[in-house]
Design a protein. Structure first.
Length: 336
């Protein structure tokens, strides 16, 4: 069918590009339909040119990689590329993906096979113990560590909120289909791209540090989609990007031989005393510090939760099972 389409006047422009990206698009469509018929996904939808990232995928037969220069099929000269990092020594790309985002920026992604060497075990030089850390995600502090350290939430979207609002107001005033509207749309996209780039960069640096410094990382299984139903906090939760944080931790721990443990979302980490195990009945969100009624130990809400998450992760390693909420009464008389 693709060959027949190229011979029609309406679709003759398909001859201007290499046939490989067109064939790859059909393979992706085939995969989407296979997932639909296997009931693993919904019915495939048409890709919007305005809202989706435009991309083309080139396999090995459709590009030439020589001396650090990339030449795509039907191009006479290599692409002028500013590389973000060099390829591993001796690596040969098997797939090249060229994409363009909403701001008009072009990106080239090269797929190579590389063996990632695991990092040395993370050991505390003073005590000689293996380093472990529990993480409690929040909004005031993006992460609170079981060591007591709190990592500030940069709130990237809030910092550019005025600039974004002005760009969106300018876009709303422009007539549909006009050149001015197209330029205004790009200005809005640039603000969004600036926010996303800074957020991604900060999360990469943070997760790399956590993975390098700790042998075991314990996090909580948050229902982010359900939490975004709270319209008061939805924007702040989306800006924190907890799902992206967890995804980065997952693949970096797998790369470097670290352990990532996910604690059950219903585990009452905030309401449980990390000193004696007493579980209080209620602990509203506006209470950031509290004193255990059983043992009298004072707690910072987030630090206490991070300590409990780490303890739950250790229990999961020892027992080889997931962490579930406590249900029985504690020895202090409170509910667990």
């Amino acid at each position: 069918m693709l060959t027949a389409w190229k011979r029609t006047d309406e679709l003759a422009f398909l001859n201007e590009v290499s046939s490989v990206p067109l064939q790859q698009a059909l393979r992706h469509l085939q995969g989407a339909f296979a997932a639909f018929f296997d009931k693993r996904a919904r019915y495939p939808r048409f890709k919007s040119k305005k809202r989706s990232r435009a991309s083309a995928e080139y396999t090995r037969s459709a590009f030439r990689w020589r001396d650090g220069q990339l030449t795509l099929a039907k191009m006479a000269a290599p692409l002028r590329i500013v590389w973000s990092r060099p390829l591993p020594d001796g690596a040969a790309p098997s797939t090249v993906t060229v994409s363009q985002d909403a701001t008009g920026r072009w990106f080239v992604s090269l797929l190579v096979a590389e063996v990632v060497a695991p990092l040395h075990p993370a050991v505390d030089p003073a005590s000689g113990e293996v380093r472990e850390v529990g993480l409690d995600a929040g909004l005031t502090s993006l992460l609170t560590l079981s060591t007591g350290e709190k990592l500030t939430n940069p709130r990237h979207q809030r910092r550019d909120r005025d600039r974004l609002a002005k760009a969106q107001r300018d876009l709303a005033r422009k007539r549909q289909g006009s050149a001015n509207r197209a330029r205004a749309r790009v200005r809005v996209a640039r603000v969004h791209a600036r926010i996303a780039d800074r957020r991604r960069d900060q999360l990469h640096k943070l997760t790399t540090r956590l993975v390098r410094e700790n042998q075991t990382v314990v996090i909580e299984d948050l229902n982010v989609r359900g939490m975004r139903a709270n319209h008061t906090l939805a924007r702040a939760i989306s800006d924190a990007a907890w799902s992206d944080l967890r995804g980065m931790l997952a693949y970096k721990c797998a790369w470097y031989g670290r352990h990532l443990i996910v604690v059950d979302r219903f585990y009452p980490s905030s309401k449980t005393c990390s000193a004696c195990g007493c579980l209080v009945d209620r602990l509203p969100l506006n209470i950031r510090a509290w004193t255990c009624p059983a043992c009298g130990v004072g707690h910072d809400r987030d630090t206490n939760a991070a300590k409990n998450i780490l303890a739950a992760g250790r229990a999961a390693i020892a027992c080889g099972a997931g962490v579930r909420p406590q249900r029985e009464s504690s020895r202090a008389g409170g509910r667990r």
